[in-house]
Design a binder for this molecule. Sequence first.
Ligand SMILES: [Zn+2]
Length: 298
Amino acid sequence: MAAKIDIDALRDVAGSDACATADEWRAVGQPAEFVPVGGGASGVIREVGKPPIEVWVGVTADGFTAECECSPGARLCAHAVALTLLALDGGLSWSSAATPPSAVAVDPRVAELAALAQSIPVRRLALLVAEWAAADRVLESGLRAQAGQLEALTAVELAQVRRTIDDLAGGATGGQWDLHDVEKAGRAIVEEIEVLAQRPPTEEALLLVERAARAWDGLSGYLYDAWETYEEEPAEIGDALRAAHVRLCEQVQPDPDDLASRLAEIIAAAEVDSCLDEPWDYLAALGRQRVKALIRRH
Ligand SMILES: [Zn+2]
């Protein structure tokens, strides 16, 4: 169900000070962009000389909800108003049952480490992250994405990633090969996709992830056959590809009928199991009826 936003009512709740500040930010193009998250929108407001502030807005069972770094309470702050204005301009389709970031289950270990990270002086933390990112492509692109440095993939870059995935998949079982080569190729494909997934989301990127999933579906059978040695690996690789695909689906919001028919085709084409064959993971992108239809096709 899509929700409608009454911006005038929201402005009344936020108050004139917050609205004036929000309008000033919008006039200078802040936040620069919004990302659909959990059925609502997320964005970052950057002001010169101040730390960036992340905010989320959406319509939950409790009505219009904002979660902002600036205030732990559920106050409707200027950040929330500015993001709402941008998301309305951008034509976000607001879910009427959105999930705010605070309701998303965080791995307890991640939560513990996040609390630990918050206790470190910012400069030390920055250096630590930089050292890791310098040694890890996925972390590096995640860092650049958070800083707003990454642009959508160009046609040339898309072709490059496509070729890399095809080469990895083709090379895994070419010439003299053993099962370890298949696992290595799978992990390399995941790395390509996780780097790609940090770029601003596009329909082309989504199709590329689907190509990678098909490629892995064509390889994973070798490892599933050798389940005594490769008990966890094939599912780990497949789950990582599906997680990237599900996330991208939410961001790109492809036509649900097109997505459903592509998924049905990918699942049917898999020799063993398709790594995308978890229809309920696609509930937000497909809606309940299409998920059920996908399950019935089996
Ligand atoms: Zn705020």
